[in-house]
Design a protein around this ligand. Structure first.
Ligand code: UD1
Ligand code: CA
Length: 457
């Protein structure tokens, strides 16, 4: 079976009160349209068309994907009109699937079910029974329970308004039939729009059966129209992600306070995640990892037995096994920590390699540095890596001890097992094994008197 998917995404989304097109707002860090695209991309032999209008350029620019066929609908004259824009591209022999760019939580198995119902004389329609179907097109059936047509809310009479079965808008049908019905649409209705929903009555007139099915959960077909619905669907999505990660074995202290805006591509056993941890990008987490509260982790590789204490920000970093990070530590991009490292409170590491067993426990900035094994970096150490124009490297060799409040003015290196006296400003390479310090000698002034406050005149 070959498939043609048409994703409708031309609407403005006025109620989002945003300068961005609605389908670019995101759930779980991924745009609404991307959710729908990714789902349709799971189906093979599928040509995907996306109908865009408002913010067309912006929408296109968020996809580098040349596999999408973009179709511009210059005026939004209705869902039927939107599909008409693609009509010439539809191969008569394919099955056409219609999706909405603002309905992001649809599941693959629901679409499989929908598609499996399509045949020569059957149009497959996804409907849902709602307690409150206000705003939706209603499914009108005859006394034999056969679907006759869809009536839009604004065109409906009082009896039709009572119908609970709502049109989700999602349907599948053979290409040749759809193309034929598209030429017969008109806009003689309350909204003066070309309704795609009118094809149902046309199909029935052509002797088609309308076969309906429903999603497992109503959430799958909920659309986003405003920021409230965006937030509601975000929570639904995040609870699904929390469920999935718990099924993979993670312990979540509170699944309602877990946010995944990317992926956990690898997850070890006995991983504990405290509240308000936000993951972005692609992350790998080893065995026995503990992640403290209020931590942001993006594109990280975290080794076995790592403990991340609360309030850390970690981005594009590698943390070797048995290491301890935080509280309040920041690992910036290209930070690579070997095993058994300690990065403590108010420490910022950027584009640096920290060797096995090394410690930077308090209040330090280590940037553009190569730090060897078993190095101890005292509180308040700064690598002065930037002269206002260029960045330079600091090298600290194995076993070095850097006294507190040291400035290492790069480019500079500290030799193996060297010791730097506290409070030094190091501007030249320091030899291995020796004590180097640059502070002024301490003096005490005997018989010195504190100034005495003068009487006011
Ligand atoms: C539509 C259905 C309604 C269904 C509801 C489900 C019609 C006539 N009505 O109504 O039966 O219950 O969806 O949510 O189809 N769009 C375009 N171009 C247009 C108009 C819309 O691309 O000219 C896109 C929108 O961006 C959106 C989708 O089509 O993604 C649905 O449009 P919307 O205006 O929200 O349709 P509803 O009036 O809600
Ligand atoms: Ca809608």
């Amino acid at each position: 079976m070959t498939l043609t998917t048409i994703i409708l995404a031309a609407g403005k989304g006025t109620r989002m009160c945003s300068q961005y097109p609605k389908v670019l707002h995101s759930i779980g860090g991924k745009s609404l349209l991307r959710h729908v695209y990714d789902l349709s991309a799971k189906f093979e032999n599928n040509t995907i068309h996306v109908v865009i209008g408002h913010g067309a350029y912006l929408v296109k620019s968020t996809f580098s994907n040349s596999l999408i066929h973009w179709v511009e609908q210059l005026q939004q004259l209705g869902t039927g009109h939107a599909v008409q824009q693609v009509a010439d591209e539809i191969d008569s022999e394919t099955t056409v699937l219609i999706l909405y760019g603002d309905v992001p939580l649809l599941q693959e198995n629901t679409l499989q079910k929908l598609l499996s119902n399509v045949n020569e004389k059957t149009l497959s329609l996804l409907t849902v029974n709602l307690k409150n179907s206000t705003g939706y097109g209603r499914i009108v059936r005859n006394e034999h329970n056969q679907v006759l047509r869809i009536v839009e809310e604004k065109d409906s009479n009082e009896t039709e308004k009572l119908i609970k079965e709502a049109n989700t808008g999602i349907l599948a049908v053979q290409g040749y039939a759809l193309k034929n019905w598209l030429t017969q649409l008109n806009n003689n209705n309350a909204q003066g729009e070309y309704y795609l929903t009118d094809i149902i009555a046309l199909a029935v007139a052509d002797g088609f059966t309308i076969k309906t099915c429903s999603p497992e959960s109503e959430n799958e077909v909920l659309g986003v129209n405003d920021k409230l619905q965006l937030a509601q669907l975000e929570r639904v999505y995040q609870l699904q992600q929390a469920d999935l990660i718990m099924k993979r074995g993670a312990t979540l202290r509170d699944p309602a306070r877990f946010d995944l805006r990317g992926h956990i591509v690898e997850l070890g056993q006995d991983v504990e995640i405290d509240i308000n941890v936000v993951f972005e990008g692609d992350n790998k987490i080893g065995n026995n990892v503990k992640i403290g509260a209020n931590t942001n982790i993006k594109n990280a590789i975290i080794g076995d037995n790592v403990e991340i204490l609360p309030n850390c920000v970690i981005e594009n970093a590698v943390i070797g096994q048995n290491s301890r990070i935080g509280p309040f530590a920041r690992l910036r991009p290209e930070s690579v920590l070997a095993s058994d490292t300690h990065i403590g409170n108010f420490v910022e590491i950027k584009k640096s390699h920290i060797g096995q067993g090394s410690k930077v426990n308090h209040l330090s900035y280590i940037g553009d540095a190569l730090v060897g094994r078993k190095v101890n970096i005292g509180a308040g150490t700064i690598t002065c890596n930037y002269d206002g124009a260029n960045k330079s490297q600091t090298i600290i060799e194995d076993g070095a001890f850097i006294g507190s409040n040291t400035q290492l003015v790069a480019p500079v290196s500290v030799g193996e097992n060297a010791t730097i006296g506290a409070g030094s400003t190091i501007t030249k390479d320091t030899p291995a094994g020796q004590l180097t310090l640059s502070r002024a000698k301490q003096v005490s002034v005997p018989n010195w008197q504190r100034p005495i406050k003068k009487e006011k005149l």
